[in-house]
Write a protein that binds this ligand. Structure first.
Ligand SMILES: Cc1cc2nc3c(=O)[nH]c(=O)nc-3n(C[C@H](O)[C@H](O)[C@H](O)COP(=O)(O)OP(=O)(O)OC[C@H]3O[C@@H](n4cnc5c(N)ncnc54)[C@H](O)[C@@H]3O)c2cc1C
Length: 380
């Protein structure tokens, strides 16, 4: 049959392309036919990704900028810290898409089509992908397209959003310490939410200011923008031009996205539940999960068995329960987290690489009664 493939990757954004990249570099996939489908060409810069990483990493050839220090500010605690052995890194999606598209073009077993996927249906042992232009058939489908809002229409797990709007600005004079990224500045008015400014200086004259919330409801564009304007004014930055804008929404929830997986269809990326529920960071987790996935796919096992729930899922759940109930408490929680722990230890914890005693110390550093209440609420 025409349009028949061993694997179909629906959605070629971050997770679809990183998975394809791993397949290109794995001999097992050299004789497999692999199709990527996306509705967009993915040739523009539709987002920037930041992540922390120890030493050198696989995306270093397309790094836009990196920082050795981070600043944290809140009423509880403020400091500028070296994050060694980590580095905070930034890549632009346009460079990432270009790099992987170039590799895909050199591998004839990979095909790319531009089509809007309407449905994915498992019929016995094959999967039918219905596009607006054509139908495609795959042995296994790895999907990163959001088809429904099931996670929003449930009450069992709270759904917050990491939502933000950012301005890349250019100033006339030198203003910024371009060695330090401001991870969270909670000195902005909280207004009963978890709100902070995230600042990435690209040079002494250029920086991204992103007004960010971890909350249920979005703001109007004017609200994000006037908060950035006010913040810049307070810092004495009045002469600047806005070079570019970025906005985004990342779901923060412990909803079990993986329950939508089936024998031959696996959800990846955000729709696979790969966004860290307590922070929204996703990019590095996609890197880790796709490494596991290329090995898992070789076994031919039921894709339902790929996901494993870890104890970190429970920690995220408690934090989200607390922030959902009392959204204004975030600056305090993160304040104590940074005050009483070394930053490299916090990164290790968020990367889900700590041991249980390390996690216990981190959790004991945050005033506990709200978390105990949330835990009791979950148990009973
Ligand atoms: C603006 C922004 C900034 C972010 N910054 C960070 C960050 O700094 N660090 C971090 O760790 N995470 C970040 N994230 C979160 C996360 O890393 C990204 O959202 C990441 O792109 C998720 O990868 P994905 O593959 O799940 O989704 P996507 O990258 O969005 O890929 C999904 C693909 O599906 C395609 N598609 C959608 N519908 C259809 C359809 N019907 N048919 C065909 N194709 C379709 C889209 O065109 C897209 O290419 C950010 C998110 C946003 C929105």
């Amino acid at each position: 049959m025409k349009n028949k493939y061993d694997f179909i990757i629906t959605g070629s954004g971050a997770s679809g392309l990183i998975l394809a990249y791993r397949m290109i570099h794995d001999d097992y996939y050299q004789d497999k036919s692999i199709l990527l489908i996306d509705k967009d060409q993915k040739d523009s810069n539709d987002r920037t990704w930041c992540f922390w990483e120890k030493g050198q990493g696989e995306w270093d050839d397309i790094l836009e900028k990196s920082w050795k220090n981070i600043a944290f500010k809140s009423a509880v605690h403020s400091e500028t810290i070296s994050i060694q052995p980590y580095t905070y890194k930034m890549i632009r999606s346009a460079d990432f898409y270009k790099k992987i598209h170039a590799e895909l073009n050199q591998n004839s077993n990979f095909s790319m089509v531009y089509d809007t996927v309407e449905t994915i249906e498992e019929i016995e042992d094959v999967v039918k992908v219905q596009g607006r232009k054509e139908a495609y058939q795959g042995g296994k489908v790895l999907n990163s397209i959001v088809f429904d809002n099931a996670y929003r229409n449930q009450r069992k797990y709270p759904v917050l959003k990491q939502h933000f709007l950012g301005w890349f600005i250019k100033t006339e004079e030198d203003y910024f310490d371009d060695q330090t990224a401001t991870f969270m500045d909670f000195t902005v008015k909280q207004q009963n939410n978890t709100r902070f400014m995230y600042i990435l200086p690209m040079s002494k004259k250029e920086a991204l200011f992103e007004y960010t919330l971890f909350s249920e409801d979005l703001l109007t564009t004017e609200e994000y923008e006037s908060a950035i304007k006010k913040y810049l004014e307070e810092k004495g930055i009045t002469k600047y031009t806005i070079v570019e804008k970025e906005n985004g929404i990342i779901p923060m929830t412990c909803y079990k996205f993986w329950e939508h997986n089936s024998k031959n269809v696996l959800n990846l990326g955000t729709v696979g539940g790969w966004s860290k529920a307590s922070t929204g960071y996703t990019f590095m987790n996609i890197g880790k999960k796709t490494k596991e996935l290329v090995d898992f796919l070789k076994t031919g096992k039921d894709l339902n068995t790929f996901h494993k729930t870890s104890r970190f899922w429970y920690y995220d759940l408690l934090l989200l329960d607390v922030l959902h109930k009392e959204n204004g408490i975030g600056s305090k929680v993160f304040g104590y987290l940074f005050k009483r722990n070394k930053t490299h230890q916090i990164f290790k914890f968020l990367d889900e690489e700590t041991s249980f005693p390390e996690e216990f110390r981190i959790m004991a550093s945050i005033p506990p009664w709200r978390f105990i209440k949330a835990l009791l609420g979950r148990i009973f």
